[in-house]
Design a protein around this ligand. Structure first.
Ligand SMILES: NC(=O)c1ccc[n+]([C@@H]2O[C@H](COP(=O)([O-])OP(=O)(O)OC[C@H]3O[C@@H](n4cnc5c(N)ncnc54)[C@H](O)[C@@H]3O)[C@@H](O)[C@H]2O)c1
Ligand SMILES: O=C(O)C[C@H](O)C(=O)O
Length: 336
C-alpha cells in the first residue's frame, strides 16, 4: 500500500512536510497494535499518539523503535493522558471496544461499546474538535451516530469530519472477486454501499467489470458476512484485526493524501449523507471524495440492477433502526 503511494509522496513532497499528528484510541488492542505499526510506516504521519485503557506506553515503546521519522508517544489511561493524546491531532482512529465472539451480531456489542465510544467522542469533542474522526468500533451503524450526537451536544459537530470506517468491506469484495475471476485484486474496484453489518452491506457488482456477479448470491452473502467468517475461524479469540488494520491505515492514508492537496481521492465511508435523508436515514456509506476539509463530495449511488435494488431496500430498514438506536442512546444516556 505504502509502496504504491511512494510516488504520490514524492509528488506532494512540499505539502508532505506538513505536520500530521495521528491518534489511535484503543491502540493496544487486536486492531490497535498492527494499525499503529502501519501508521508508523506511513511517511505522512509525523507524530503518532497511542492511547488505551491499558498498555499503550508499551506498544508505543515497541513501535517507536521502527526506524521511520515519526515520533511515537504512548499515553497513560487518565483524562489528562487522553486529552494530551488528542490535542493537535489531524486524524483520530477509534478501534476501542469489545469484538464479537461466535454467535454474536455486531449489534450485540452495543451495550458495551456505546458508552466507550460516547466517552471517547466527548474527549475528542473537547480536545480535538477539528480532527477527522474515524470510527472503527462496532456496531459502526450506531457508533457513528453516537459520535455525531456527542459533538452536536457540544456545538462542535462538523459532518465533514466524521467517518465510519467501512473500507474493509471493499477490501474483502475486491479480494473475493479476484479469487473467483483469478485476477489481481488491485484491478477489482468494487463499490459497496449501505452500512457495516450483515444485510446493510450492499456490494454493487453490476457497476464492476463483472456485472454478472450481482446474481451470485453466495458471493453477495460472503461480502455481507465476511466478518462472521473471521469470527468463526478465530473461535472466540475475537474478530478481524489484521485485515482491519490494513483497511484503517488505508483510510487514514487517504485522508492525509487529500488533506495534503491530492485530488480525486475517493474512499467508501459511512458519513452524514444526503442520499437517503428523505427516508429518515441520516448516515450512509458510499463512495466519498475526500479533500482538505474532510468530506469533499458524496458521490451518487449510480445505476443499480434489480437484485441490488432489493438489497438496498433490505439494508435501509436495518440501517434506520441501527442509527436510531445510537441517537436514542445518547439522548437517554448523555453521560457526564
Ligand atoms: N469497522 C470495521 O470494519 C471493524 C473491523 C474489525 C473490528 N471492528 C471493531 O473494532 C473494535 C475493536 O476490535 P479489536 O479486535 O481491536 O478488540 P480488542 O479487544 O482486541 O481491542 C480493543 C482495545 O480497546 C481498548 N479499550 C477498551 N475501552 C477503551 C477505552 N474506553 N478507551 C481506550 N481504549 C479502550 C481495550 O483495552 C483493547 O486494547 C470492536 O468493536 C470490533 O468489533 C470493526
Ligand atoms: O465482524 C466483526 O464483528 C468485525 C468487523 O466488523 C468485520 O467486518 O470484520
Amino acid at each position: 500500500m505504502f509502496m504504491a503511494s511512494r510516488i504520490q509522496t514524492r509528488a506532494f513532497s512540499a505539502s508532505a512536510r506538513n505536520l500530521s499528528k495521528v491518534t489511535v484510541l484503543g491502540a493496544a488492542g487486536g486492531i490497535g497494535q498492527p494499525l499503529s505499526l502501519l501508521l508508523k510506516l506511513n511517511p505522512r504521519v509525523t507524530e503518532l499518539a497511542l492511547y488505551d485503557i491499558r498498555g499503550a506506553p508499551g506498544v508505543a515503546a515497541d513501535v517507536s523503535h521502527v526506524n521511520t521519522k515519526s515520533n511515537v508517544k504512548g499515553y497513560e489511561p487518565t483524562p489528562s493522558g487522553l486529552a494530551s493524546a488528542l490535542k493537535g491531532a489531524e486524524v483520530v482512529l477509534i478501534p476501542a471496544g469489545v469484538p464479537r465472539k461466535p454467535g454474536m451480531t455486531r449489534d450485540d456489542l452495543f451495550n458495551t461499546n456505546a458508552s466507550i465510544v460516547r466517552d471517547l467522542a466527548k474527549a475528542c469533542a473537547e480536545s480535538a474538535p477539528e480532527a477527522n474522526i474515524l470510527v472503527i468500533s462496532n456496531p459502526v451503524n450506531s457508533t457513528v451516530p453516537i459520535c455525531a450526537e456527542v459533538f452536536k451536544a457540544r456545538g462542535v459537530y462538523n459532518p465533514k469530519r466524521l467517518f465510519g470506517v467501512t473500507t474493509l468491506d471493499v477490501v474483502r469484495a475486491s479480494r473475493f472477486v479476484s479469487e473467483i475471476k483469478k485476477t489481481d485484486p488491485v484491478d477489482e474496484k468494487i463499490t459497496v454501499v449501505g452500512g457495516h453489518s450483515g444485510v446493510t452491506i450492499v456490494p454493487l457488482f453490476s457497476q464492476s467489470s463483472h456485472p454478472d456477479l450481482s446474481s451470485n448470491a453466495d458471493l453477495v452473502k460472503r461480502v455481507q458476512f465476511g466478518g462472521d467468517e473471521v469470527v468463526k475461524a478465530k473461535d472466540g479469540a475475537g474478530s478481524a484485526t489484521l485485515s482491519m488494520a490494513m483497511a484503517g491505515a488505508r483510510m487514514a492514508e487517504s485522508l492525509l493524501r487529500a488533506s495534503q492537496g491530492e485530488k480525486n481521492v475517493v474512499e467508501p465511508t459511512f458519513v452524514d449523507s444526503p442520499l437517503y435523508k428523505d427516508q429518515g436515514i441520516d448516515f450512509f456509506s458510499s463512495q466519498v471524495e475526500l479533500g482538505p476539509n474532510g468530506v469533499e463530495k458524496i458521490l451518487p449511488i449510480g445505476k443499480v440492477d434489480a437484485v441490488e435494488e432489493k438489497l438496498i431496500e433490505a439494508c435501509l430498514t436495518d440501517l434506520k433502526a441501527n442509527i436510531q438506536k445510537g441517537k436514542a442512546f445518547v439522548a437517554e444516556n448523555p453521560g457526564n
